[in-house]
Design a protein around this ligand. Structure first.
Ligand code: RFL
Ligand code: PHB
Length: 391
């Protein structure tokens, strides 16, 4: 099998890249190790930045998002039993975000790809990327019990943090920057209308809590828990009791409870792999970088990477110049590091480390008070949350 761009992974990065290339008249093949329903059901991100929304619309993939997505003009910060709303459009010259789940983005892109795009093979596991530093890289993969080779002009590794593509970059050329956090998020889905019409990020002495949503009738909530916590060790009532305590306010706000339909724990990590390119192999999305979910940046970074790659390859096709492909890694990393910084700041602002001292507790509250009382500080948060511009 032969194609121009071999794409490993059908998460948001791989699927959107295939769509962008298709619109630019460049052929591709997507190899995905899992089956379709697994990819469509995997609960993850919920927040799309304005720039991501614009890209999906321009790619002709925004129709259902337009109808079912919820535009959000702010978030609430909660601390010391107080509430502070951050008004995005007022602080950023009109920017907002969209609540539209990653599962739905993936469903929309898969349907479009199968209808209009090039091959998208499920249960096709890439085993290795070969010849990345030569002129004709290839992907060795297993599909329907057989091993096969996909010959490509370019390979884009969109295979997430646990994928194989990153391994094809020689260690001697690589630098990894990493930080793990001594806590995780216990996430639940519940069949109950969200108790607030915007997301609530709460700092509490017992730990962080987040109220989010999937639709007007489905809530998505998270609790900071110790690293290594087993989700099943938390009973439903205990989860609701703990959420209630961490969201407590002095006014009459109440948390609505409902049946919990899903429970899982996510570890928290910051990770950057440099460079993001080696010869004709390019890394995009979680394959190259991870952020803790507090800033809602992971999916949006993946979108920035694939937009950058699609633009660079289109430029090469139209002008013969490889200049944008050659600067892919630097271009992406500049935005990646801004998102790393923002996600780290949000995480350390709102989570309570197991060894936190009373001094650090006071500093966190002082940082929150600063955001609530200084338009400059609040604008910095609003600009970061609604998204750094694509290059
Ligand atoms: P993905 O989504 O991990 O997709 C990678 C795909 O590659 C496949 N794969 C392979 N295929 C073939 N051969 C192989 N050898 C393969 N190895 C792996 C996998 O099966 C998979 O289908 O990476 P991608 O596309 O880079 O997308 C990244 C995002 O998924 C991720 O950054 C976000 O989900 C992070 N994230 C959030 N991001 C946001 O922008 N906003 C949010 O609100 C947000 N909330 C979150 C999050 C992530 C979370 N978890 C579970 C980590 C909340 C949570 C709880
Ligand atoms: C989500 O809805 O899953 C979500 C929202 C905001 C975040 C992280 C996750 O910061």
């Amino acid at each position: 099998m032969r194609t121009t761009v071999g794409i490993i992974g059908a998460g948001p990065a791989g699927l959107l890249l295939a769509r962008l290339l298709h619109r630019a008249g460049i052929d591709s093949v997507v190899l995905e190790s899992r089956d379709r329903s697994y990819v469509e059901q995997r609960q993850r991100a919920g927040i799309l930045e304005q720039g991501t929304v614009d890209v999906l619309r321009a790619a002709g993939a925004g129709e259902r998002m337009e109808r079912e997505g919820l535009r959000h003009d702010g978030i609430e910060l909660r601390y010391d039993r107080k509430r502070h709303r951050v008004d995005f459009p007022a602080l950023t010259g009109g920017r907002s975000v969209m609540v539209y789940a990653q599962t739905e983005v993936c469903k929309d892109l898969i349907a479009l790809q199968l209808k209009e795009g090039g091959p998208l093979l499920f249960e096709a596991e890439a085993l290795a990327v070969e010849g990345a530093d030569g002129d004709s890289p290839s992907i060795r993969f297993r599909h329907e019990g057989r091993e096969d080779v996909l010959e490509c002009a370019y390979v884009v590794g969109c295979d997430g943090f646990w994928g194989v593509s990153r391994k094809a970059i020689p260690e001697a050329l690589t630098r990894v920057f990493e930080r793990t956090y001594p806590f995780g998020w216990l996430g639940i889905l519940a069949d109950v209308p969200p108790s607030h019409d915007e997301l609530v990020y709460a700092r509490h002495d017992r730990g962080f809590a987040l109220l989010s949503m999937r639709s007007p009738s489905v809530s998505r909530l998270y609790l900071q828990v110790p690293e290594g916590t087993d989700a099943q060790s938390w009973g439903d009532e205990r989860i609701w009791d703990e959420l209630e305590r961490r969201f407590e306010t002095d006014d009459d706000w109440r948390l609505q409870r409902g049946p919990i339909t899903q429970k899982s724990v996510t570890p928290m990590r910051s990770y950057v792999h440099e460079p993001m390119r080696h010869g004709r192999l390019f890394l995009a999305g979680d394959a190259a970088h991870i952020v803790p979910p507090t800033g809602a940046k992971g999916l949006n970074l993946a979108v920035g990477d694939v937009v950058t790659f699609a633009r660079a390859l289109t430029h090469e096709k139209e002008t013969g110049s490889t200049e944008l492909l050659d600067t892919y890694s630097e271009t992406c990393l500049a935005r990646v590091w801004q998102a790393e910084r923002f996600s780290y700041d949000m995480t350390t602002l709102l989570h309570r480390a197991p060894d936190a001292t009373p001094f650090e507790d006071r500093l966190q509250v002082a940082r929150l008070e600063r955001i609530a009382s200084s338009e400059a500080a609040e604008t910095d948060l609003a600009e970061g949350y609604t998204g750094f511009p694509f290059a």
